[in-house]
Design a binder for this molecule. Structure first.
Ligand code: TXA
Ligand code: MG
Length: 356
């Protein structure tokens, strides 16, 4: 593939995407180029999933290790047979309930899908997004689209076209810009190749999945960063991470808030630039600290909004050049499981337990 000389950002309506724009992007995909596009979760960096060379370009554009497998996106259930094989009944049940939507199923890989999509694994991750732009693009390209999140490897995922441009400008032919992605956290990844196990909590809650799989387990992925990266790069702890160090506090709310204020104060006193990531109600506790950058995530009881704003907030603090980001754990039920996962990985797998 020729390296694009520049990246074209094309605005598209998020509900009724303009056919001409979709057609341009689809033709580029068919010609082996990369196209970034919005999904309901985050922006994806897409290539024709049947084109091994184009898929290879995804890895180089993102600086992604070759042993981190990529999700294949389809627009209709009929496409699944050309992507996966030996598909269990449970996959169809889940697809009927959760597709199109933010659920990714790991299945046995069909030989049509080149091995580098799945980093050589005999499995393949499949998802049917609900975002009209993603659906229109897959339909127009008339092929399944392999797409990881459209960020540089280990950075926070891109929830706007501007984030994609910041990370991948000059490395992708076209970015379809349909505004911020509504969920803002990636899909839930569910492995169905053995005993069902959630590999990544995401846009579909574990509670919703347990209606279908009562004893569903979640496999902890918080392994140490000094683990051999060749073994399980997708499971490296530090991920979704800004350049700044993230200090994640967990414990009873009152003492945690006090500890966060103290830490912010101490770090400022020692000459560091401090960012604080808080729910709206906590803004007042920090704005008076001189020099502190406070970014809010929305009301504490609205985890959908917190999730939707999280990655953009981490990126905003990075752009403000802070050295350290102070944040606390929120409720872990529902979407809270995915929010906790992303915060913990941004914090290098470590949190600071505050006693009551
Ligand atoms: O919401 C999403 O899932 C977004 C949008 C663009 O669809 N995509 C996304 O892709 O987050 P990515 O590559 O950033 O994350 C995919 C995750 C990785 O943790 C990867 O290791 C895992 O899915 N994965 C992909 N294929 C797999 C496979 N065959 N077996 C196990 N895990 C797999
Ligand atoms: Mg990613």
């Amino acid at each position: 593939m020729a390296i694009p000389e520049q990246t074209h950002v094309i605005s598209v309506d998020s509900v009724q995407p303009d056919f001409a724009a979709i057609h341009v992007a689809a033709e580029l995909l068919r010609a082996g180029q990369l196209v970034a596009f919005p999904t309901e979760t985050v922006y994806g960096l897409g290539a024709n999933a049947h084109d091994s060379a184009a898929v290879g370009c995804i890895f180089s554009a993102k600086s992604r290790p070759a042993n981190d497998p990529i999700i294949v996106h389809i627009a209709a259930l009929g496409q699944i047979d050309a992507v996966a094989r030996e598909i269990p009944d449970l996959a169809y049940q889940l697809a009927q309930h959760f597709w199109p939507g933010p659920l990714t199923l790991v299945l046995a890989r069909h030989p049509n899908i080149p091995p580098n999509v799945s980093a050589g694994l005999p499995t393949v991750a499949v998802r049917m997004p609900v975002h009209p732009v993603a659906r229109a693009l897959i339909q127009a390209a008339d092929c399944p689209i392999a797409a990881p999140s459209a960020n540089t490897f280990s950075r926070p995922s891109a929830t706007t076209a501007q984030h994609v441009l910041q990370d991948l400008g000059g490395r992708v032919a076209v970015i379809l810009d349909a505004g911020p992605t509504p969920i803002g956290l990636e899909s839930t990844v569910l492995d169905l190749t053995g005993e069902p196990v959630v590999l990544r909590p995401g846009g579909v809650d574990l509670e919703q999945l347990r209606v279908f799989i009562p004893n569903l387990q979640i496999k902890p992925r918080y392994i140490a960063t000094d683990a051999d990266p060749a073994n399980a790069p997708g499971q490296l702890t530090r991920h979704y991470a800004p350049s700044a160090q993230v200090l994640l506090f967990s414990g009873p709310v009152g003492p945690v808030r006090a500890q966060m204020q103290q830490t912010a104060h101490d770090r400022i006193a020692s000459g560091q630039r401090v960012g604080v990531l808080v729910i709206d109600e906590e803004r007042e506790l920090f704005v008076a600290l001189p020099g502190v950058q406070v970014v809010t995530l929305g009301p504490g009881d609205d985890l959908a909004q917190v999730g939707a704003r999280l990655f953009a907030a981490l990126r905003a603090l990075d752009r403000q050049g802070v050295d350290v980001i102070v944040v606390r754990a929120l409720a872990r039920a529902g979407l809270g499981a995915a929010i906790w996962d992303r915060l913990l990985r941004a914090a290098d797998g470590k949190f600071i337990a505050v006693e009551g």
